[in-house]
Design a binder for this molecule. Structure first.
Ligand code: 7TS
Length: 412
């Protein structure tokens, strides 16, 4: 199956010219485009059912409540959670991780405890832990990535050195947004469990691209965003094991999360409502559920195979340029990689590469990709990045390669 060829007509935004050239959208790691099915699900909700949830007994409110809770069950099924109550709707990955950092971590971390991260974490799986660790007097350690001239995967040979009984939580990305590396998440969870540490998987880049099953992974928490998996912006989810969520204190107070309120003191609902104060993003949750339907109809094994193939083709195309001093991050040439390829030409600034590509209608991204500490370690202030998704095609890779040839000729 070649979903890139089959799905393109579902995405109206792709059918346009940019700077007089057909749009080639290769910025999917930043955000994915939305199929008609998702756009229509959101419109239908606003056109027919719009109402607030959980608080009304009139027809529209009951319909909105049912759609919102059905969306929760749909998202639970998408990640194979045992119980919809294990899915908390949030504003996205960043929000989900902050929830754990400000509730579980505040309640459980003691001075001297360790949080283990990896050097390839996005700032949103790094800064929330710095805030939580500073408050608790806890220590953050980073599992290194392998050396600069090696394949840039995690240095798993050193895992035992870092994963000691002092570690209370191991939080790591499933798929690096800069390196295109897929980490062995089930193995990392198993090793963490063996020393009594909980695990949090940042699935921002993986949930819409890779086969993902929270029970098979054996994780305690998993965070993701709707907008990177064909869903809307402003919505995402935190998966947490039920026994854990119910022991965690709330973080935001307000309507919807309480059982009883007195002038002095209140009591909380169980999870997930405990963590969803205020009117939730109802349309967002419905759009996210429609994205789950869309992706499950294609099947993540097919999407993953498609993305990986385009990533590997793009890497090979960069190598074929023969540009002196070109650095391509992540897996070596010929090794499996996800559909994310970051690279730097010697003497050509990434922003020049991106601006030049934009003139050709090719949307890339350049910068530190919110991986500042890792980029500093690699000695790179910025890279350009091409990232592929289910509607991209081999022709898109060819257009990317042709544009990069022009970049090398123009700036080289
Ligand atoms: N974690 C990873 C691995 C990410 O790639 C991103 C966003 C986030 C967390 C944060 O997600 P958010 O939806 O809460 O913002 N990554 C990128 C990127 O690579 N370019 O733009 C956003």
């Amino acid at each position: 199956m070649r979903p890139g060829l089959d799905t393109r007509p579902d995405f109206p935004v792709l059918d346009q010219q940019v700077n007089g050239k057909p749009l080639i959208y290769l910025d999917n790691a930043a955000t994915a485009q939305k199929p008609r099915q998702v756009i229509e699900a959101i419109s239908a909700y606003y056109e027919r059912d719009n109402s607030n949830v959980h608080r009304g007994l009139h027809a529209l409110s009951m319909r909105a409540t049912e759609a919102y809770e059905k969306a929760r069950a749909r998202v639970a099924r998408f990640i194979n959670a045992a119980d919809p109550a294990e899915v908390v709707f949030t504003a996205g990955t960043t929000d989900s991780i902050n929830l754990v950092a400000q509730t579980w971590a505040v309640a459980n971390l003691r001075p001297g405890d360790e949080i283990l991260l990896t050097e390839m974490e996005h700032h949103s799986n790094l800064v929330p832990w710095q805030l939580a660790a500073a408050r608790a007097g806890a220590v953050i350690r980073y599992l290194p990535i392998a050396g600069a001239d090696a394949e840039h995967g995690l240095d798993l040979a050193r895992l035992d050195e870092f994963l000691t009984p002092k570690v209370k939580l191991f939080a790591f990305t499933h798929l690096s947004n800069t390196l295109g590396v897929v980490n062995p998440a089930a193995e990392l969870c198993r090793r963490a469990r063996a020393v009594g540490a909980l695990t949090l998987i940042d699935a921002a880049q993986s949930v819409g691209h890779e086969t993902l099953d929270v029970r098979a992974l054996g994780c305690d928490f998993l965070a993701f965003s709707g907008h990177k998996m064909c869903g809307p912006t402003g919505v995402g989810a935190l998966y947490g094991r039920r026994e854990l969520l119910d022991t965690m204190p709330p973080w935001r107070g307000g309507g919807g999360m309480i059982e009883n309120v007195e002038f002095v003191g209140s009591t909380w609902k169980p999870a997930p409502e405990r963590f969803e104060a205020g009117t939730p993003n109802i349309a967002g949750a419905i759009g996210l559920a429609a994205a789950c339907d869309y992706l499950d109809a294609l099947g993540r094994p097919a999407i993953s195979a498609h993305d990986h193939r385009l990533g590997e083709l793009a890497r090979a195309a960069l190598d074929e340029l023969g540009a002196p001093g070109l650095r391509v991050l992540g897996p070596r040439a010929g090794e499996p990689r996800a559909g994310i390829v970051s690279f730097a030409f010697a003497g050509i600034h990434a922003h020049d590469v991106i601006t030049f590509a934009d003139q050709q209608g090719v949307a890339l991204r350049g910068g530190h990709h919110c991986n500042m500490p890792m980029m500093k370690k690699l000695g790179l202030p910025s890279t350009a990045r091409a990232s592929f998704y289910l509607y991209n095609t081999e022709e898109d890779v060819a257009a990317f390669a042709a544009t990069m040839r022009k970049v090398v000729r123009f700036f080289g």
